[in-house]
Design a protein around this ligand. Sequence first.
Ligand code: 5RP
Length: 243
Amino acid sequence: MATFYADACKLIGVNPAESEKKLAAEAAVEYVNDGMVIGLGTGSTAAYAVVKIGERVKEGLHITATSSSLATEQLARGLNIPLLEFSGISRLDLAIDGADEIDPQLRAVKGGGGALFREKILAAASDRMICIADPSKLVERLGKAKLPVEVLPFAAAFVEKSLGDLCTRVAVRQSGSGSRFVTDQGNCIFDMHFDEPYDPLELATALKTIPGVIEHGLFLSEIDMLIVAHGDKVAKINRQGML
Ligand code: 5RP
């Protein structure tokens, strides 16, 4: 069935990863109900969820949402999703977001889009977080993807050196125009690269001790459910296992 699906995708010019992201995102949006306050994630997978929420709002769904980035905010605004500033919100019902990689214990690396700080705040404020992904994001152990760290520009050189002691290579994130990438909070991002898998808890603890590190992209306890699509099939996994 999956081969048939992949062949059909090729025939009609659809990228299977894109349709898998969309399928996972739409399955997550089924958990959005009237009256909820929703945290909107950032990235290409999360964007499919925002678009689906926009469709449901157009059909009469009554929710309010708050965004993890200016980019998502712009998308949501264009879809007429009612938005609130997060600064006035103390809890969310549900956050839906993507990931750069995720392991069987639902521990993830996020921040490929540079929005990890606000994403982590929304995840922490949310009663439930659903992570949506295509199969390329699934790993047995974290360490394949770069690990983004948001850093106060004032401490850039000091933090770069400190991060270098914890990984194989550190790279300052660049924007498309070749200048330093600037987060929505005005900070910079350092991407940590690893040759081997690491102990996520140990690393997260070490990163938190470095002055100037604002937040890191390890989400070790925030994700309650992973929804992953493979071909035309959708799997839902929570911390206890497959649903
Ligand atoms: C942004 C993120 C994204 O969720 C993550 O990078 C995955 O993005 P995509 O869905 O485009 O692969 O953490 O900061």
